[in-house]
Design a protein. Structure first.
Ligand SMILES: *[C@@H]1O[C@H](CO)[C@@H](O)[C@H](O)[C@H]1NC(C)=O
Ligand SMILES: *[C@@H]1O[C@H](CO)[C@@H](O)[C@H](O)[C@H]1NC(C)=O
Ligand SMILES: *[C@@H]1O[C@H](CO)[C@@H](O)[C@H](O)[C@H]1NC(C)=O
Ligand SMILES: *[C@@H]1O[C@H](CO)[C@@H](O)[C@H](O)[C@H]1NC(C)=O
Ligand SMILES: *[C@@H]1O[C@H](CO)[C@@H](O)[C@H](O)[C@H]1NC(C)=O
Ligand SMILES: CC(=O)N[C@H]1CO[C@H](CO)[C@@H](O)[C@@H]1O
Length: 438
């Protein structure tokens, strides 16, 4: 071959290369085809991995909200999901279903569902061990937990389609590590009912670890602490050849943000009584005080002191008289909030010690600690964990979005946006059981 021909072929190759390169630069980046979904007990979210920029985006609704309440409400004419269901809940609590994830795909021992049912304003029916919810609009019917799940997943699918401008048919979804095969199957069924094919189901703690990029770095032992509104879940993950394996799980399904709020609410009720001689009794007053306490709890995660300022209607002298309108205005410090909950905060260490013992691991051998769930924003909780391990937990990712961010990364992998070698990210934990420490 002549030198000129070689150089000509070289030029052609270079030109083709440049055309491809420039094409890539100037064509719009491909749209994500697979979405990542976190169907949580109290909130759910949806995210995508953008192959162009290599970043994860958690999709917001029209009002900029990235977390959708896991509630579905039935009226005579409509089925409402998320925020619309919550808005409706006040008027029709018996037809507004929440916490459905606690029932999905689960077979209950006789009597358990009946006891659970008392905690909810809606009616739970025992159908041969499975939970169903009874709805009474202008007719009476039952719906399954997976149907409730499907309405929430459908809402998030639509949010993603609206945002991306393309139809979506495929998703990756996360489930609690403790879910057995049946619970996983029913979660998939919920997605299928929403018109989604599930390419992979991944464990929530693994997703959270991925949100921190721990699948890409050299770590062996990762401890994930997930403290939500009502439950604490601790998982010990082990990375083996690039894949995560769950080594131990423990938790407390009666410990969470609601309990800390409840202590603060009791404290505030006592203050009202001290100041005015009577506690708040009206339902709306207690509701308003509860909302104010919830806001104060949030503010105390970033500030040392905050104020509560709520109008109340108290029967100051005699129940037969009309209630008097007063303003309850008081200051609460972070220190007071911590003192009220110090005993509860320390209970977090119990399942941590359990997973370390079950995983035969010393706390010094934990490489990274990952925090998930809104309640891990509480500075005192972070401090207790830091003191226990003698090192800082990883907190740079929003604890409410860590799971969905990880699931979206996995969705990006399944959508072909990542090199093949990182496509199998998790070893299933078939025979592992969670230790409950209530
Ligand atoms: C239920 O009520 C809605 C409006 O309130 C009405 O349109 C609908 O026909 C009713 N359905 C039945 C079965 O009565
Ligand atoms: C009830 O459940 C049991 C096991 O969970 C099953 O063997 C049985 O067939 C079920 N009965 C009905 C009527 O579905
Ligand atoms: C879950 O689904 C798979 C695939 O459809 C099926 O083979 C398996 O038997 C199911 N397991 C349970 C416990 O329902
Ligand atoms: C809150 O209080 C701590 C010690 O009590 C102090 O170190 C910190 O600077 C205070 N922060 C603010 C924002 O006032
Ligand atoms: C809580 O913080 C927000 C934003 O920092 C502020 O707007 C709000 O007034 C605070 N509420 C209280 C009760 O301090
Ligand atoms: C404070 C802390 O532990 N940060 C770690 C969080 O996770 C990344 C890995 O993505 C580590 O590099 C940080 O050191």
């Amino acid at each position: 071959m002549m030198a000129g021909e070689i150089s000509m072929i070289g030029s052609v190759i270079l030109a083709l290369f440049l055309a491809g390169y420039l094409g890539q630069q100037y064509l719009p980046p491909p749209k994500p085809k697979v979405i990542g979904m976190d169907l949580g007990t109290t909130f759910c979210s949806v995210g995508v991995f953008h192959p162009g920029g290599g970043e994860v985006e958690v999709i917001a609704d029209e009002e900029g909200r990235k977390s959708v309440p896991s509630a579905v409400s039935f009226t005579n004419t409509a089925v409402l999901s998320g925020h619309e269901a919550v808005d409706q809940a006040h008027g029709s609590p018996q037809n507004t279903i929440y916490d459905a994830k606690r029932f999905i795909g689960k077979i209950f021992e006789p009597g358990v569902l009946e006891r659970e049912s008392v905690r909810y304003p809606f009616k739970i029916i025992n159908n041969n061990g499975s939970a169903e919810f009874e709805i009474s609009t202008n007719h009476t019917f039952t719906v399954s937990p997976e149907f409730i799940g499907s309405r929430l997943l459908l809402k998030m699918k639509k949010m993603a389609e609206l945002h991306l401008g393309v139809p979506i048919h495929k998703a990756v979804i996360s489930v609690p590590a403790e879910f057995d095969e049946r619970q996983r199957n029913f979660t998939i069924r919920a997605a299928n009912l929403a018109g989604l094919e599930i390419l992979r189901v991944i464990n929530e703690p693994t997703a959270a670890a991925m949100a921190y990029g721990l699948h890409k770095v050299d770590v062996f032992n990762v401890l994930v602490v997930d403290l939500g509104g009502g439950t604490l879940d601790v998982s010990l993950l082990n990375k083996q050849g690039g894949m995560f394996l769950t080594r131990a799980m423990a938790g407390n399904n009666k410990l969470g943000g609601q309990d800390f709020s409840q202590h603060l609410l009791q404290f505030m009720t006592e203050r009202v009584t001290q100041e005015f001689g009577v506690p708040p009794k009206l339902k709306e007053d207690i509701h308003r005080l509860r909302q104010a306490v919830e806001a104060a709890k949030l503010n105390l995660t970033v500030k040392n002191t905050t104020r509560i300022n709520v109008p109340l209607h108290l029967h100051l002298s005699d129940d037969s008289e009309a209630p008097k309108n007063i303003i309850f205005n008081t200051e609460i410090t972070r220190k007071q909030f911590e003192e009220l909950n110090e005993d509860l905060f320390h209970k977090i260490l119990t399942p941590i010690e359990t997973v370390l013992a079950e995983g035969h691991l010393d706390k010094g051998e934990v490489d990274e600690i990952v925090l998930v769930g809104g309640s891990t924003r509480i500075p005192r909780i972070r401090k207790i964990i830091t003191e226990f391990f003698g090192k800082e937990p990883n907190t740079s990712v929003d604890p409410d979005l860590a799971v969905v961010i990880g699931v979206a990364i996995q969705a990006g992998i399944m959508g072909g946006s990542w090199p093949l070698q990182v496509s199998a990210i998790e070893i299933p934990n078939r025979h592992l059981r969670k230790t409950n420490l209530n």
